[in-house]
Design a protein around this ligand. Structure first.
Ligand code: GLN
Length: 479
């Protein structure tokens, strides 16, 4: 048998059901792995050892009584540092929230706990989820498990490394422009951004509310389905959450009859690493051998989407982050007059990238510029949505690389914001349109991982995950 911390959720659940392992053993194996590796990797910001062991014991007691809560009962998972867990610290990777204790549970964490999961701890992220490398965390970067000189991607880099290095069985990330999918791609795991509205964002520290969405990061597609089933659903505390047909997985055996759009020019273009191109070609071949019908299409507004995102997102960021004023949460730098308290607390508490986006957003929203930037970007957003609607009249799914690069070196893009923003070129239009997308790892040759992205129709995660699972299996048989 594999070491217990290396199991997928599906495998662990089978062993739990057969009585061959206990939740306590699974949890201890993960805690042991954290102890041996996390000093070097720094995925975790805090480990809830005692609470986790207590939760594992409760799960084992339930099992002994025959009252198992469901497929996540007793499964140890990690949560991103922007999801509130009552009584615990939550900092969104920012100094401004150092010492803040959550006064209520986020809906997603509550749902995981109610499903019996064991919360191992909170994991690292770029400050307020702004970044693609975790280098922007105020608490130091997370390292790539295969090469300590490389970034794991971001902003959910802690979640990706916790999963990839087997320091948990699954994790939650959040994705505003790619933050689940890009680190999943760079670390060689599965990352799912559900349809906007599928999962409640109540208790998620907001970045850009019209784009933010929470999703699973796991070792295989089926595990993502299990986590999505547990966390989905309408929530009276999040007015954007939807009651649209709930996700129920159905697993097809092949891609026969599935039409997949292939925006070829998107990844044969400049700026896409050769290794990414090669692996994407191989994945496309695998889709074909699995029976898919591939049609060449244009990726809806590939270039415009990035520009639209980098207007809309900072506008929402500047509004959302105005609440961090030194008065209500976390860090306070007392100054006189009162305005100085706001100014000094923010100057001290926010990092450079957060500051850049707050300034950009405030500028783009200011009178005189709002029409030229925000309003115009909103109009182009409508065009992007329509382009996806149009594309999905002809195809069931769209395939692209997840990221134009593999894991890059620390410092490589830190002084060049545009280079960092280009990491998002294949992921942002998905958030701008609100559709679901998943990144799954291409065939593993031991080198730096490459992810392939499948994009689906609004609220059709069932087709998306089913195809992803066929592709996942096909990539294994092809090699
Ligand atoms: N890398 C993107 C950014 O920096 C995406 C962030 C995210 O999805 N939270 O904005």
């Amino acid at each position: 048998m594999k070491p217990l911390n290396e199991l997928t959720i599906v495998e662990a659940r089978e062993l739990l059901d057969k009585g061959e392992v206990t939740s306590r053993q699974l949890t201890e194996a993960c805690l042991q792995q954290i102890k041996s590796l996390d000093g070097a990797l720094h995925a975790y910001l805090e480990v809830y050892e005692e609470d986790a062991l207590a939760a594992a014991n409760r799960a084992d007691d339930r099992r002994a009584e025959g009252s198992v809560l469901g497929p996540l009962d007793g499964i140890p998972v990690a949560i991103k540092d922007n999801m509130l867990l009552q009584g615990k610290s939550s900092t969104a990777g920012s100094k401004i929230l150092q010492g803040y204790t959550a006064t209520y549970d986020s809906t997603v964490v509550k749902k995981l706990v109610d499903a019996g999961s064991v919360i191992l701890g909170r994991v690292n992220m770029d400050e307020f989820a702004m970044g693609s490398s975790t280098e922007r965390s105020a608490y130091g970067p997370t390292k790539h498990p295969r090469d300590p000189e490389r970034v794991p991607g971001g902003s959910s880099g802690g979640s990706a490394v916790a999963v990839a290095a087997d320091m948990c069985l699954g994790a939650l990330g959040s994705d505003t422009g790619g933050s689940i999918r890009q680190p999943a791609s760079l670390c060689g795991i599965v990352g799912l951004k559900p349809t906007y509205g599928r999962v409640s964002r109540y208790g998620l520290i907001a970045m850009a509310s019209s784009l933010d969405q929470i999703g699973p990061m796991t070792k295989c597609v089926e595990d993502s389905a299990i986590m999505l089933e547990a966390i989905q659903g309408q929530d009276k505390n999040d007015q954007t959450s939807s009651d649209e047909a709930y996700f129920k997985p159905f697993w097809k055996k092949s891609l026969q009859g599935v039409k997949i759009g292939l925006p070829k020019q998107a990844w044969t273009s400049q700026g896409v690493e050769d290794r990414v191109k090669e692996k994407t070609e191989a994945a496309v071949a695998a889709l074909k051998s699995a029976g898919a019908d591939l049609v060449e299409i244009d990726l809806p507004y590939a270039d415009e989407a990035l520009a639209v995102y980098y207007i809309l997102m900072p506008c929402e960021v500047s509004a959302n982050l105005s609440r961090f004023d030194g008065m209500r949460y976390g860090l306070r730098k007392q100054g006189l007059p009162l305005f100085e308290t706001y100014a000094q607390s923010r100057a001290e508490g926010f990092g450079d990238e957060v500051m850049r986006r707050v300034l950009l957003g405030a500028f783009a929203l200011s009178s005189g510029y709002i029409d030229a930037y925000y309003v115009r970007a909103k109009k182009v957003q409508t065009l992007i949505r329509q382009a996806y609607e149009h594309a999905f009249q002809n195809v069931d799914l769209i395939v692209t690389p997840t990221s134009p690069t593999t894991a890059f070196k620390f410092g490589e893009k830190m002084n060049d914001p545009i280079a960092m923003y280009l990491e998002d070129v294949f992921t942002v239009s998905v958030n701008v349109a609100g559709v679901p997308a998943i990144s799954i790892p291409c065939e593993d040759d031991g080198g730096m991982p490459v992810g392939i992205q499948l994009i689906g129709k609004w609220f059709d995660e069932a087709t998306l995950l089913s195809a992803a699972r066929v592709l996942e299996a096909q990539l294994k048989t092809d090699n």
